[in-house]
Design a protein around this ligand. Structure first.
Ligand code: CUA
Length: 325
């Protein structure tokens, strides 16, 4: 019974009390929290390293065997020492544990009423959606301040990682995940896909663009106005090709990627895996968008998913592809 009470008391002293104290004070910037955590680990590791290595070197020189017939002294255990080297690490680990827990708590609990955007992973690009509903490819624009990003995926598991803000989180198809960070300074910060997702993984890059509040508002105004105006079909096709994520695998510049380039595609002849040859005309492009399995270029591996689009949208895509000569 006494042992049990001692156990409960030690748990209270080492874990629960410090945890309560740390949890009360919320970190306003998780990136700072991670850096502090890293530095805590680093300092503790260096100290332990020195405590182990310096005596190790000293003892191996001081007590080395000097003559052939020498035998070492027989040393019994030392209770005091053993208690010390059990209790001290226990306290250190408790401290790190509590610190981790407080940090994780901050990482998972988003401050209330903050800017909330969406990012959707697709092979191999990020579709970003602002709270106003503006869609952009690979570029997430946010105003200065704390930002929450809801994450999802259209196909396989991707990972939304922004090293500058020390955050990353999986983008899982059929499940909404999230992360948050504090965008303190205007600027551009790299976004990486940090989960191997296929041949285009290394090209799956994006940016978080932090703008001053008034610049952000101006950007929203400009884009909501543009949204309502009708676009010529080629322009609309270009937007569709970007927002659907086609450019993740198909370049428009003639460069090689996971799929054939769109440049010069229209009217070209394609040798297919079934031995036939087709001309990339309007019918072919429309069919390909809807049902990618139909004809596959023998120089590429089929990875594309079917898209259900309206006829008008398919026409817009064809109109755009035609412009890429
Ligand atoms: Cu998407 Cu790696």
């Amino acid at each position: 019974m006494n042992r049990f009470i001692a156990f409960v008391a030690s748990q209270l002293v080492f874990f629960v009390l410090p945890a309560l104290v740390m949890a009360k004070e919320r970190i306003s910037d998780p990136a700072k929290g991670w850096d502090n955590h890293y530095n805590l680990w680093l300092v503790i590791s260096i100290i332990i390293y020195l405590i182990v290595t310096i005596p190790l070197i000293y003892f191996s020189l001081r007590y080395r065997r000097k003559k052939d017939n020498e035998t070492g002294a027989y040393i019994e255990g030392n209770v005091g020492l053993e208690i010390t080297w059990t209790v001290v690490p226990f306290i250190i680990i408790a401290l790190i544990g509590v610190h981790s827990w407080a940090l994780f708590n901050d990482y998972r609990n988003v401050p209330k009423d903050i800017f909330e955007a969406k990012a959707i992973g697709q092979s191999f690009s990020f579709e970003m959606i602002s709270p106003e509903g503006i869609k952009t490819l690979n570029e997430l624009r946010v105003p200065v301040g704390p930002v929450k990003v809801l994450l999802n995926s259209k196909d396989v598991i991707h990972n939304f990682a922004v090293p500058h803000f020390r955050v990353r989180e999986d983008m899982v198809p059929g499940r909404e995940t999230y992360l948050w960070f504090n965008a303190k300074d205007p600027g551009e910060y790299e976004v990486f896909c940090a989960e191997y997702c296929g041949v285009g993984h290394s090209k799956m890059l994006g940016k978080v663009i932090v703008l001053k509040r008034e610049d952000y508002d101006a950007w929203v105004k400009l884009n909501t106005a543009a949204e309502s105006a009708p676009l010529p079909p080629e322009e609309k096709g270009k937007k569709l090709v970007e927002s659907l994520g086609c450019t993740g695998c198909h370049t428009v510049t003639g460069d090689k990627s996971a799929g054939p380039t769109f440049k010069g595609l229209f009217g070209s002849k394609i040798a297919c895996t079934d031995g036939t040859e087709v001309v990339a005309d309007e019918m072919f492009i429309k069919e390909k968008v809807k049902n990618p399995q139909a004809k596959v270029d023998k120089n590429y591996t089929l990875m594309m998913q079917p898209n259900s689009l309206m006829d008008e949208e398919l026409n817009a895509i064809v109109a755009y592809v035609k412009t890429l000569k």
